[in-house]
Design a protein around this ligand. Structure first.
Ligand SMILES: CSC[C@H]1O[C@H](OP(=O)(O)O)[C@H](O)[C@@H]1O
Ligand SMILES: Nc1ncnc2[nH]cnc12
Length: 352
């Protein structure tokens, strides 16, 4: 095993990014704080993705929900056709929220409130499989929960009980739309590394159509080698600290949700590599930022086209699903709780 201390990454990159963010903040803070159209599509940015640099911002919304404030104000941008897209930085614009402290309920509730019916969430992940190289992209289809139960993971609570379906944790239609339309090879640029061009891994393109599974751990420390090997033995493909409870809450809010993972390291299982560090993660994210931007633009084009025709009916099957997932008789639910739920589900359970 190599225990070499790596040279530090060029921190000028981070300083430059912060300075351009400062410049950008000056104009962004002048954006209107209202937007009077429904915004049906949102992108949640993870580590290294703190804005949508190739789209034109038109509004910046500060939203308060019954579950508190989101991680960041929500920026609304338009693409060339005028299609509005919401963007939220999961860890805040300055990345000052630990994975365990991300206010996921407020994030999802705020997006629901502005009309969002589909979310694509980006995440930097460690690879648990040799064939998923750092800088590859992965469209996961399954999740293993290794969080520690300290993150609020439901909108429901004592006094109002509900159980959402979660066997398919990602939205199958959204997954298919992306998998069928984003080229799995040849579309992304290589980075002069010996491993060749990055690949976009999807279930449809694995040998036997196997699931691609994201393990979600609590963090903030990375996994030990023994844990990393355990997750491989469970069939994990990649690992992060973010997909939960985000995916669960999106399901409860009846929003179609899919994550796109950007592989940044081999976690700690691979004894021919050094165990993961933040420097490795940030270094690979930086090298891959042009590909991430390319992917984001393609995605917005794809979704805006789909939403203009509604040919797949993304999110249609989720509509009304929570109404029939409650166990408690709504007549026995307190007025206070019903009012809270009204924020997410207007008209489902009238306040008596
Ligand atoms: C900075 S490495 C660990 C950090 O990166 C990932 O964040 P995100 O999913 O928001 O891109 C991972 O989940 C951890 O939170
Ligand atoms: N190895 C890893 N474990 C957990 N989260 C990560 N994010 C990026 N790399 C990761």
């Amino acid at each position: 095993m190599k225990w070499r201390i790596k040279p530090r990454i060029n921190t000028q990159f981070l300083q430059r990014a912060r300075m351009s963010k400062h410049r950008e903040n000056i104009s962004i803070s002048q954006l209107p704080h209202e937007f009077n159209e429904p915004v049906e599509f949102a992108i949640i940015g993870g580590t290294g993705l703190y804005d949508l640099p190739h789209l034109t911002p038109v509004a910046r919304l500060t939203i308060s929900t019954p579950w508190g404030h989101p991680s960041s104000p929500i920026t609304i941008s338009r693409n060339e056709e005028g299609f509005p897209i919401a963007f939220l930085a999961r860890h805040g614009h300055h990345h000052d929220l630990l994975p365990s402290d991300v206010p996921s309920r407020a994030n999802i509730a705020a997006l629901k409130k502005i009309g969002v019916r589909a979310i694509v969430a980006f995440s930097a992940v460690g690879s648990l499989q040799q064939e998923i190289k750092p800088r590859d992209f992965v469209l996961p289809t399954q999740i293993i929960d290794r969080t520690k139960g300290i993150r609020p993971s439901t909108f429901f609570e004592k006094g109002f009980v509900a159980h959402a379906m979660f066997g398919e944790p990602f939205d199958l239609k959204l997954n298919k739309l992306i998998a069928d339309n984003i080229p799995t090879s040849g579309f992304l640029d290589s980075h002069e590394n010996k491993e060749g061009k990055p690949i976009f891994h999807t279930k449809q393109h694995t040998h036997k159509g196997e699931d691609l599974t994201v393990v979600c751990m609590e963090g903030p420390q990375f996994s030990t080698r023994a844990e990393s090997k355990l997750y491989r033995s469970w069939g994990g493909s990649v690992i992060n600290m973010s997909v939960l409870p985000e995916a669960k809450l999106a399901r409860e809010a009846e929003i179609a949700y899919q994550m796109i993972c950007m592989s940044t390291d081999y976690d700690s299982w691979n004894e021919s590599e050094e165990p993961v560090t933040v420097e490795t993660v940030v270094g690979n994210l930086k090298a891959n930022s042009a590909n991430a931007a390319k992917l984001t633009l393609e995605l917005v084009k794809l979704i805006s086209k789909e939403f203009s025709t509604n040919s797949l009916g993304i999110g249609e099957d989720l509509k009304g699903s929570m109404k029939y997932s409650v166990s408690t008789n709504p007549n026995a639910v307190s007025k206070e709780l019903l009012q809270k739920m009204h924020y997410l589900f207007p008209g489902y359970w009238p306040v008596h």
